[in-house]
Each structure stands twice: as structure tokens, then as C-alpha cells.
Design a protein around this ligand. Sequence first.
Ligand code: NAP
Length: 350
Amino acid sequence: MTVRIGVIGAGMIGQDHIRRLTQVVTGTRVTAVFDIDAARAEAAAAPVGARALRSGAEVIGSADVDAVVVTSWGPTHAEHVLAAVAAGKPVFCEKPLATTAADCLKIIEAETAHGSRLVQVGFMRRYDAGYREMKGVIASGAIGEPLIVHCAHRNPTAPASYTSAMAAQDTAVHEIDVLRWLLDDEIRSVQVLKPRRTRNRHEHLQDPQIMLFETAAGVRIDLEVFVNCRYGYDIQCETVGEEGLVRLPDPATVAVRGAGRNSTGVLQDWQGRFEGAFDTEFREWAASVATGTEPTGPSSWDGYAATVITDALVQALESGAVIRVEALEQRPAFYGGGAAATGPAAGAGH
Ligand code: NAP
């Protein structure tokens, strides 16, 4: 069966997902596209033989759309996801699920009323081979119980439009999701430390930031977010357990010997770092749609948790205080067991 997909939002990531669904994933075809910019929708739709439509509602309501991909501007996500759930169609929504916790809860309510999962949120790190292997090691007990996690999220530069709050909302949000999933544990409190600021930042920005988290089990996590590090795009994660530690591998690059040095390259952008993860994410999501089974990736609850925790981080940045995250204490049974019980199987997909 070919899964026919409608895409809402044909900007940078929307166009990349249209390419992926057309050229990389087998068994999927993009049949309809909407963007607030009609010319952009037409330019994205025509080369893949899709129709450019006049609204998100028209895409969702189309008879030749089996499932929906939402890649529009974040504040519009909730409206499109709610419409897809109302139509009973599976929907993949790029992060964030919604920009407010209240809107995430509306989606959870609508999905629960529908009676089965329809929504998957685009936290692609759960599909990265290194993170999956790390989850497998932790789940196997090989390093004992996890105690501490050290993380870094570094980008070479950030534009003037990037604000201090975006360090939580756009950057740390990926670590928040993947750490909940890796540890199968919930974040209970957050704090943000403000080190000396780099001279390579735009004046208004607090960069770097050190984010501290404590989980329900008492695991302590430190995350350095440094978006003007200059040297490259660099994602680090090391989990320290009672019996050993597990560290994310660096992306494979050749070693070059010359001019008296033995060196390896450092990636410069997130697209290269996570391309394989995006491909696996869409393959697995499309397979769930094709077989009519519930998606196994990040759920609406995970999208809600990410929004609640990023809101707490912004509050912590502004206040300097430790902020408790109480809203996540009652996970609905509909979303299963642990903190982030949904998600691909540990150790799979190598
Ligand atoms: P983008 O290039 O600005 O694309 C967003 C597109 O949506 C633009 O074409 C925009 O048009 C359009 N749009 C605005 N309002 C709309 C509406 N009401 N209905 C339909 N389309 C609308 O942004 P992007 O970088 O592709 O990001 C899109 C989403 O993906 C964001 O939520 C972002 O956080 C997420 N994302 C996730 C990852 C990841 O790592 N998983 C990476 C990148 C992006 P205008 O430009 O005319 O407003």
C-alpha cells in the first residue's frame, strides 16, 4: 500500500521532508501541500506531482490524503494537529507539538477521546543510531543504574533573531526529549546557570548557558548550550552509571594526517548530523500508517512534557531559581508506563 501524505508548511524542513517522503522512504507519496505562501506551496508540490491546496483544512479533508505531516510555523501546529485528530487521520507534527502547554493538553484530550494514538512528534534524536545504542546499553544494566548525565549542544553561530529563551525552546528541547526517553525517567526540576558570555554573541543573548536537571529517580543532568561556539555543530552525551559509563560516538569522519597533524573534521550543521535519524524516523512512522497500527515514536504526552519543561527552563533563566516541574506528575494511562515509555525499541535500527 502506498501511503498518501499531505504536508502543511513548505518551508525549510517541510521541503526536506517532502524530498525524504518522495526519494528516501519507500511506500510513501506526497499528494497535497499547503503553505501560507501559495507560491512556495506550488513550488514544493509541482515537482513531486502533488496538488497545492488553499488551506490546512483542505489538505486534511482530501480523500487522497491518508496521513498528515505538519511542518508549518510552531504557533500554527496545534490548529492543524487538532484538525487531523478530528478527522481521524494519523499526523506527524514537527516539534513543538504546540507552543503552549494548554494547547498540548487540548491535543491530548482530543486524542484520548479518539481512543487510540494518532499523533507523533518530530523528536528525531530517538532514531539516531548512537542514542539508540546508548539506550540499549543503559536498559541492559551494563553500566548499572544511571547516576549522572553530561551533555553539550553546540552550534557554530546563532542569528540575531535567536533569543536567550530559544536556548531552551529550540535547542535544549531535543535533549529534554531524548533524555526522558534514554533514562525512562521524568524531569522534576530545572535550573539555569549563566557563565561568562562569549564575545562572539549578539549583545542581547545569554550564551553559553548551563542547564541543570534533576529526575524523579535523582539522576542529575548538566547540559551546556553554546550556540556561538564557532568551531562546529557538536552534540555530546555521556551517561555515568554505578558500574561504568556510556558515551555518544562522534560522527564517523576520516582521519587526515598532514602538515604535522593527525586530524578529523567536525560537522558544521545539524542536518548532516541527524539526516540518518530523520530518515529512520519517517520510515518507521510511515510503516505504522501503512499497517494501521499506532505510532511508536514520541507521543502527544512527550510533546506536552517538552513544552512544560522548556517553559520551566525559561522561568529558571529569568528568575535564577530552581523551578519544580509539577505538571508532569500525573501521566495519563492512555500513554502507557514510564516517563517516556513510547518510542522505538532500545538498541534497534543499527
Ligand atoms: P520555515 O522555513 O519558516 O517554514 C515554515 C513554513 O510554514 C513557512 O513556509 C511559513 O510561511 C509557513 N507557515 C506559516 N504559517 C503557516 C500556516 N498558518 N499554515 C501553513 N504554513 C504556514 O521553518 P522550518 O525551519 O521549516 O521549521 C518548521 C517547523 O519545523 C518548526 O516548528 C521548527 O521548530 C521545526 N523544525 C524541527 C527540526 C528538528 O530538528 N526536528 C528542524 C528544523 C525545524 P512564511 O515563511 O511565509 O511565514
